[in-house]
Design a protein around this ligand. Structure first.
Ligand code: ZN
Length: 524
């Protein structure tokens, strides 16, 4: 079991707290305590409701490696291997513990159809579904199902709010505490978007829906406690203004770029001091784009948070060792943290570019492309992010480093992300890109030493071609076309697999896991 555990490099999660005020430092223990409640609730949500193995009860596992791996995965299923069990337990239900474990999509949909007045509750982002007396489905609101931990978390956030000097942060904490008791999160989301000046930050609550693989309806509890990096944030400020111009210059016919991108997004850099729940399970998030509520997004846009210390840890502990094995030695110097940070940042910004509705008026691209939508959208953001970087260099806006840094770092990043596997949207998007670049000759593999090099003069045309391909598939809502592309280019060939095996043989970790908390921060 230890070799599974060792896929994760251990990273101490620290930040410079010296710029926080004494009151802000006093708030941290309260925020971490509230985050701990999210951890408990997520562990329950991710688990199996079956009687044979009640994960929520923190089972006693004798093997220390298995116990540790169970902690990392928040359960007995391996998040790096499409949730395969690593302990003798039944397969993970698609709906995790959000639904009864035996519930099928068909049964749920038939039930909703027969009980239209209950549809709202059943499909709600904030309910757990259970069977009552063995058959009927009932929706239990989070604030009822999780009443005790949510009351406790609300009280802890209020205590933090009492210490807050920043009016925006105080207001948000109070509204968030209230939301825990009502499941009405919109007002607190709006207040979160209004926070501008505070250095101490918390993202907390039921947020993402990836854990619900049955329908993607149910939100999972998580928390990040963060400290804003003011200096790096200033570097990011200027890019949001450039979006409309970049949208106009996308390499597609006009009908595919007539929507206007969101320009009011706010982009900042942070160091994370605590991860809990969903975001701490398996592969760790390094950039956040929230809130997810579309009503709030339309009214006020979103905030994008770049998690700098977590990125740095992945860069040092994973990307650089990969570079040492797989990148041509003369190009290794072009792999830089600045380029890695930039590529990740522009990935987030690029989600705002392109097309959200099909050009024939059928509706949302997301609906048209169904189960392929998120992998393609991630692929779009990656490639358009790099496309943006090219334009910013060409226009002289970008002056640090050079485009080759971004290209080589991008190529190395593909090897890192392909390892997340075909079950992850990011993993699949990277396989596709690797094969596409290969076809365009954007990189070459030296057969003698198995190292890869970017071919700069071919790279730009490959980036433009892939951008065009994805934007047109999205704009046409061409589900069959996406399936064809994935069949043709979405898998790892034998040569790449052998190269990935070299990374595993060199014991290069796949992701990171944190040592975190008050002691690590020197606050205890
Ligand atoms: Zn993304």
């Amino acid at each position: 079991m230890l070799e599974l555990v060792n896929q994760y490099a251990v990273v101490r999660l620290t930040a410079d707290l010296s710029r926080l005020t004494p009151a802000e430092r006093k708030m941290i223990p309260f925020l971490i305590k509230a985050a701990g409640r999210m951890d408990d609730m997520f562990r329950h949500q991710a688990g199996d409701a079956g009687v044979r193995y009640r994960i929520a009860d923190k089972p006693d596992i004798p093997d220390p490696g298995a116990r540790r791996y169970h902690e990392i995965n928040y359960g007995p299923w391996d998040r790096l291997r499409d949730n395969e069990p690593f302990l003798p337990v039944p397969p993970k239900p698609l709906g995790a513990n959000f639904y009864p474990p035996d519930l099928t999509r068909e049964e749920f949909e038939a039930y909703v159809e027969a009980h239209p007045d209950e549809a709202g509750g059943l499909k709600s982002d904030y309910t757990m579904i259970r069977r009552l007396h063995g058959k009927k489905l009932v929706a239990i609101p989070y604030h009822v199902y999780f009443e005790d931990p949510l009351r406790a978390a609300a009280e802890t956030l209020r205590e933090a709010a009492r210490l807050a000097e920043d009016a925006g942060l105080k207001h948000y904490l109070e509204l968030r505490a209230e939301a825990f008791l009502t499941d009405q999160y919109r007002e607190s989301d709006l207040a979160w978007l209004d926070m501008k000046q505070n250095r101490l930050e918390v993202v907390i609550g039921p947020i993402e829906t990836y854990e619900d693989r049955l329908f993607g309806y149910k939100t999972a509890f998580e928390a990040y406690v963060l400290v804003k990096d003011v200096e790096w944030s200033r570097r990011l400020e200027k890019y949001a203004d450039l979006l409309p111009d970049l949208q106009r210059r996308l390499p597609v016919p006009d009908e595919y770029k007539k929507e206007s991108p969101g320009t009011d997004s706010d982009l900042n850099a942070y160091d994370v001091i605590y991860y809990a729940g969903d975001c701490n399970a398996g592969v760790k998030t390094i950039a956040i784009n929230l809130p997810n509520d579309e009503v709030v997004q339309l009214e006020k846009g979103t905030r994008r948070l770049q998690l700098k210390n977590a990125m740095r840890a992945k860069f040092d502990r994973i990307l650089m060792p990969i570079v040492g094995v797989l990148i041509a030695s003369d190009q290794q110097k072009h792999v830089t943290f600045e380029a890695f940070f930039g590529n990740t940042m522009f990935h987030e910004v690029a989600h705002g570019l392109g097309i959200k509705n099909t050009i024939d008026g059928r509706g949302a691209v997301r609906q048209a492309l169904r189960d392929e939508a998120s992998a393609l959208e991630e692929g779009k953001a990656d490639i358009l992010g790099l496309y943006m970087v090219e334009k910013l260099f060409a226009d002289g806006v970008f002056t640090e480093g050079d485009i080759l840094d971004h290209y080589v770092t991008f190529l190395a990043g593909i090897f890192r992300s392909v390892r997340f596997g075909a079950s992850s949207a990011h993993g699949r998007a990277n396989m596709l890109r690797f094969n596409f670049f290969k076809r365009y000759g954007a990189f070459r593999r030296d057969g003698a030493n198995g190292r890869y090099r970017v071919v700069p003069e071919k790279m730009a045309s490959a980036v433009a071609a892939l951008s065009r391909k994805i934007l047109v598939l999205q704009g046409d809502g061409d589900y069959a076309g996406v399936k064809d592309l994935v069949t043709e280019m979405g898998s790892v060939g034998p040569e790449l697999q052998r190269d990935l095996d070299r990374l595993a043989a060199a014991s290069i970790p796949v992701d990171i896991v944190f040592e975190q908390g008050l002691e690590v921060l020197g606050l205890k």
